[in-house]
Design a protein around this ligand. Structure first.
Ligand code: F6R
Length: 242
């Protein structure tokens, strides 16, 4: 992977926003792979600014989120559908119907993974996938032990990940037990991976992803199987890199 060390999240956001603007200029119906969580927020802010300042036409841009909780009531503000609408679709001015999030409704969950895979294939695949990484090394919600060839499916969240995400909920018990997530195999089909990480809590996951052996025990290490990966980190997240 190409590793870029930046001063802070805003510098990373500006870099990624620049790459996405170039992509959209070349391909107005580009397909973006969207992460949630804190890590990509600076990118979405920078991208919203670039789209406004440079008057980029994004009406044809398509998007696929990485993951969703299973079983949150429709419209719950911390469902990733709501987060993607609030942090991405609205500020960027994307066309809502063109941005998909895996469907975490228990009523249709048995077919939701295959449906999502089919929609991604029909869209021609993801051009640029934004990724964060969890302390446990997860990408998407593929926790350690996830098959490197996995496709979109239901997973159980680990306790450290539920604890990390408790900050978004009123009580830690409110964090759902299950999620539906793109698999590692799904993520690897994107044409360009951009992995972002900031802060010392991510240093172990980053060194494992970039320099460690490729192993299902460190899902982030799957990026080494991809021919085009850019890793953008601050000094703290890069601290353990050789
Ligand atoms: C989010 C996702 C997760 C996060 C990871 C880091 O869609 O799939 O892999 O990227 O948990 O979360 P933050 O950015 O909040 O530290």
């Amino acid at each position: 992977a190409e590793v870029v060390i930046v001063r802070d999240e805003d510098a990373a956001g500006a870099l990624v926003a620049g790459a996405i603007v170039e992509l959209i200029r070349a391909k107005p119906d580009a397909v973006l792979g969207l992460a949630t969580g804190s890590t990509p927020l600076a990118t979405y802010r920078a991208l919203a600014r670039r789209i406004r300042d440079d008057r980029i036409d994004v009406r044809g841009v398509r998007g696929f989120a990485l993951d969703e909780y299973v079983g949150l009531p429709a419209g719950h503000p911390e469902s990733y559908r709501a987060v993607i609408t609030r942090e991405v679709v609205e500020p960027l001015g994307l066309t809502p119907e063109l941005v998909r999030v895996p469907n975490g409704d228990p009523a249709t969950i048995r077919t939701a993974g295959a449906d999502y895979e089919a929609a991604m294939v029909a869209a021609g695949g993801v051009d640029l996938q934004i990724l964060g990484i969890g302390r446990t090394g997860h990408i998407g919600f593929n926790e350690p032990g996830s098959s490197l060839a996995s496709l979109t499916r239901v997973k159980t969240l680990t306790e450290p990940t539920r604890a990390d995400n408790a900050r978004f909920f009123d009580s830690p018990d409110d964090v759902p037990m299950h999620c539906i997530t793109q698999g590692i195999g799904t993520i690897l089909r994107a044409r360009h991976l951009v992995l972002l990480a900031f802060g010392e809590a991510k240093a172990d996951a980053i060194v494992a992803a970039v320099e460690g052996p490729v192993t299902a025990s460190q899902p982030g290490s799957a990026i080494q199987l991809h021919p085009r990966t850019t890793v953008i980190v601050d000094e703290a997240a890069a601290a353990r890199l050789e």
